[in-house]
Design a protein around this ligand. Structure first.
Ligand SMILES: Nc1ncnc2c1ncn2[C@@H]1O[C@H](COP(=O)(O)OP(=O)(O)OP(=O)(O)O)[C@@H](O)[C@H]1O
Length: 247
């Protein structure tokens, strides 16, 4: 199992962002759904080793992120697209993705090919030499995905990867996510239920820091038959599971 979490809690002062999560995930695409403030980003940041759990145990890629040496090894093998990715506006797409390749300690001789491949995979080959300040919001999101995958990661954490993408690009990004999921564990946080239906083999629904549902997208959609609210089956499943958990 690439992700093994037991009894995870995460507090920010009095706020409990994650309130006791157990999660074991292997290779494939795993969707994280849930309302604003449910704790999805906090969970992903913990998996990215940028937040330390308040309590509970986390094992990633068979390693313990509390140990410096093992954390470093996890970070080499990890790809993370944060919700808000900071960037240097004067960098070109290639320079930016190369910078992450170096941070992730991709061997120097492999960097140019790895960068070119990542940029091609997000369909930005024709903007490779453009400065980031000249790109659209959707293009910047794709640059963010490129930096996440430049090291061929075994664990990929994507926080709202398709936010701001046009329909064509969303379809392409879902294809990319599915292809990453053939060899890696890919966790995707999203508000777009169509993305989950199209790209994820499994899905979890979070609410108030807890995982209240885990199953296949088809199972979640089927849960809507009993009377959730929404236009699509998956939306009805989502609202029905939430209402049940809150009753
Ligand atoms: N750095 C922080 N300091 C204080 N509280 C925080 C911090 N980060 C998150 N929180 C709180 O933790 C809870 C979970 O937030 P989180 O961002 O993980 O939710 P989310 O499910 O990703 O939401 P969204 O869908 O809006 O992105 C919220 O109540 C939020 O206010």
């Amino acid at each position: 199992m690439n992700v093994e979490i037991t009894g995870l809690t995460l507090r920010f002062g009095r706020a409990q962002a994650v309130a006791g999560v157990d999660l074991h995930v292997g290779v494939g695409v795993f969707g994280l759904l849930g309302p604003n403030g449910a704790g999805k980003t906090s969970l992903l940041r913990t998996l990215a080793t940028v937040l330390h759990p308040t309590s509970g145990t986390v094992r990633l890629l068979e390693r313990d992120p509390r140990s410096y040496a093992q954390r470093r090894e996890i970070r080499r093998r990890l790809g993370y697209l944060p919700q808000n990715l900071g960037y240097y506006p004067g960098f070109t797409v290639l320079e930016f993705v190369e910078y992450f390749a170096l941070l992730k300690e991709v061997p120097a001789a492999q960097v140019p090919a790895a960068v070119a491949r990542a940029v091609e995979r997000v369909d930005l080959g024709d903007r490779a030499r453009s400065k980031l300040r000249t790109l659209s919001g959707g293009m910047l999101r794709r640059v963010g995905i490129a930096q996440a995958i430049v090291n061929d990661p075994e664990l990929v954490l994507l926080d709202e990867p398709t936010a701001g993408l046009d329909p064509e690009q969303r379809i392409q990004s879902r294809e990319l996510i599915r292809s990453l999921g053939q060899t890696a564990t890919v966790l995707v946080s999203t508000h777009l239920v169509e993305d989950v239906a199209a790209a994820c083999g499994e899905v979890a629904l979070m609410d108030r820091g807890k995982i209240i549902y885990r199953g296949t997208p088809a199972d979640l959609a089927a849960r809507g038959a009993a009377g959730g609210v929404g236009d699509a089956a998956m939306e009805r499943g989502y609202t029905s599971v939430l209402a049940e958990a809150r009753a």
